[in-house]
Design a protein around this ligand. Structure first.
Ligand SMILES: Nc1nc2c(ncn2[C@@H]2O[C@H](COP(=O)(O)OP(=O)(O)OP(=O)(O)O)[C@@H](O)[C@H]2O)c(=O)[nH]1
Length: 301
């Protein structure tokens, strides 16, 4: 199957072929999730971006229409249920037949993007699955992905955090796998609720989760992750009542291999487990001795 980037490039190609010299702007929800706001995917050279808020308001009002007619533009709307997932603004009047053709082709690619998005989801938790993880890290480190930038002051860096539920085996042993699955679902929900739409939350393994997110520095990251740790620790789970999570994190370095990166976060997580669980550990704080020690004991995971 093609990647999202291939499909985005195909959309741009179609617009160039079918609408040469016509100003266009294509907007999409990056992971096709209803929680996200639309981001600019492509803008033809001649165009200034249209007023996206105005277009969104019209698309939301005129729910049954796929093509919105303006005085000097068209706007093709991509929808999922009632949510607007994408907009193609065409900045001049073109023959209606061509507008329908473009709308049809854009929909074909949008459906392919949706199929791809579904293949990336873990069925139990609805988080991104392990298979998607490597692709996302590579997209982030190479800058190739359709990554939403946040308008905020200061340079922000990408971090990887690994989360592991403490003594999860005891939950399964004491309450059974159905309750165990419910716990996984609830922890996944808390992770989703405590990160931003532009962050990436994965089910990385059985009871292990991974999050790729941005922050200004390690101190801010530590504070953010500790808040998430506390949210889970204070949550009352049905039957199980309380449980905790351990977290290890590391900075994404663009020369790093994905496997090295995961190894670093894993070492930090290992350290958190080894030193009492229910805590957050920064890989950078481990030092060489910490790494060497953990590497010799790694079979504990
Ligand atoms: N219910 C449920 N359990 C799972 C799933 N995937 C893995 N597990 C269980 O998760 C448990 C993980 O146990 P361990 O790796 O020993 O770790 P732990 O008990 O959490 O202990 P620490 O990580 O050392 O705190 C095992 O009992 C697995 O069977 C799943 O999808 N559903």
């Amino acid at each position: 199957m093609r990647s999202e980037n291939d499909l985005y490039k195909r959309i741009e190609h179609i617009l160039c072929e079918l609408l040469p010299d016509v100003p266009t702007a294509m907007y999409l929800a990056p992971s096709l999730s209803e929680k996200e706001s639309l981001k600019l995917l492509s803008l033809s050279s001649a165009a200034n971006p249209p007023d996206i808020n105005y277009l969104m308001a019209r698309a939301e009002t005129l729910k049954s229409q796929q093509i919105l007619h303006g005085d000097n533009h068209y706007c093709i709307v991509l929808r999922k249920n009632k949510a607007v997932m994408g907009l193609l603004w065409i900045g001049e009047k073109i023959p209606m037949s061509r507008c329908y053709l473009v709308g049809h082709l854009i929909n074909v690619f949008y459906n392919q993007l949706n199929t791809l998005a579904l293949s990336r989801i873990d069925p139990l938790t609805q988080l991104l699955n392990r298979q998607t993880f490597d692709d996302k890290v590579i997209e982030i480190t190479t800058g190739e992905g359709f990554i939403a930038e946040r308008e905020q002051q200061g340079v922000r860096h990408w971090y990887l955090a690994l989360f592991d539920i403490d003594h999860f085996k005891v939950v399964n042993d004491n309450y059974g796998h159905v309750i165990g699955d419910e716990v996984l679902l609830l922890v996944a929900q808390q992770l989703k609720d405590n990160f931003r739409a532009e962050d990436f939350v994965f089910r990385y393994g059985g009871e292990e989760f991974a999050v790729l997110f941005q922050s200004h520095d390690s101190n801010e990251t530590l504070r953010l992750l500790d808040r998430v740790r506390a949210v889970v620790a204070n949550y009352v789970f049905p039957q199980v009542n309380h449980l905790t999570i351990s977290i290890g994190f590391t900075l994404l370095d663009d020369i790093c291999q994905v496997s090295e990166l995961v190894h670093e976060a894993d070492l930090a997580l290992y350290h958190a487990k080894k030193h009492g669980r229910n805590r957050v550990v920064d890989f950078d704080e481990l030092g060489i001795a910490g790494q060497a020690k953990a590497e010799t004991d790694i079979e504990l995971f």
